[in-house]
Write a protein that binds this ligand. Structure first.
Ligand SMILES: NC(=O)c1ccc[n+]([C@@H]2O[C@H](COP(=O)([O-])OP(=O)(O)OC[C@H]3O[C@@H](n4cnc5c(N)ncnc54)[C@H](OP(=O)(O)O)[C@@H]3O)[C@@H](O)[C@H]2O)c1
Length: 164
């Protein structure tokens, strides 16, 4: 099973502010939907709550320390990233997507096989950060870059990293 991390991060590693995303990038949302539809998504409780409701056609695996948290029907909660990964392994999934936020990226980065990073050409203020990548451990495999346009407020690159 491949553990694939998906994130959109700014040049200064910012990924969020006030529990929200901080840019309008339609291309990134579209890519997120294309990559994740039909799959299992692992996320922190705060990111889950920021979605407002489960995303259609995806199974949500929500990480929380709260023993009373109840996931909606058809979705699941766990008390650690490792517990959720074991659950996925037992289901013999071919992949699971780690979709944030900051705490869960930090906890899961050492377990991931592939990083799909949208590098956003901006340095906004924020309160949530993606960890600095150690290039000794991660090798860039693909990069596609695009200019800003009416649907994407900054220029951006879709970059794939694989574990060395
Ligand atoms: N740019 C992007 O691609 C992207 C993607 C996703 C999210 N975001 C942004 O990231 C921000 C949210 O990130 P965040 O770091 O504040 O929160 P988060 O990682 O989404 O969730 C944190 C919560 O996860 C649970 N948790 C974390 N570590 C745990 C562990 N080791 N064991 C058990 N439970 C654990 C705790 O839940 P309990 O408090 O319930 O115990 C904790 O409060 C928002 O601004 C969001 O918009 C950005």
């Amino acid at each position: 099973m491949k553990i694939i991390l998906l994130v959109a991060k700014a040049k200064n590693q910012v990924i969020g502010k006030d529990k929200q995303l901080i840019w309008k990038l339609s291309a990134d949302l579209k890519r997120f939907k294309n990559l994740t539809t039909g799959h299992y998504l692992l996320m922190g409780r705060k990111t889950y709550e920021s979605l407002g409701r489960p995303l259609p056609n995806r199974t949500h695996l929500i990480i929380t320390r709260n023993p009373d948290f109840v996931a909606p029907e058809g979705h699941h909660s766990f008390h650690s990233v490792e517990e959720a990964i074991i659950f996925c392994t037992n289901l013999q999934l071919d992949r699971v997507f780690v979709i944030g936020g900051g705490e869960i990226y930090k906890a899961s980065l050492p377990l991931c096989d592939i990083l799909e990073i949208t590098e956003v050409e901006a340095s906004p203020e924020g309160d949530t950060f993606f960890p600095e990548l150690d290039t000794q451990h991660w090798k860039e495999k693909e990069r596609e870059s695009f200019p800003a346009d009416e649907n994407n407020e900054y220029s951006y690159s879709f970059v794939t990293y694989e574990k060395r």
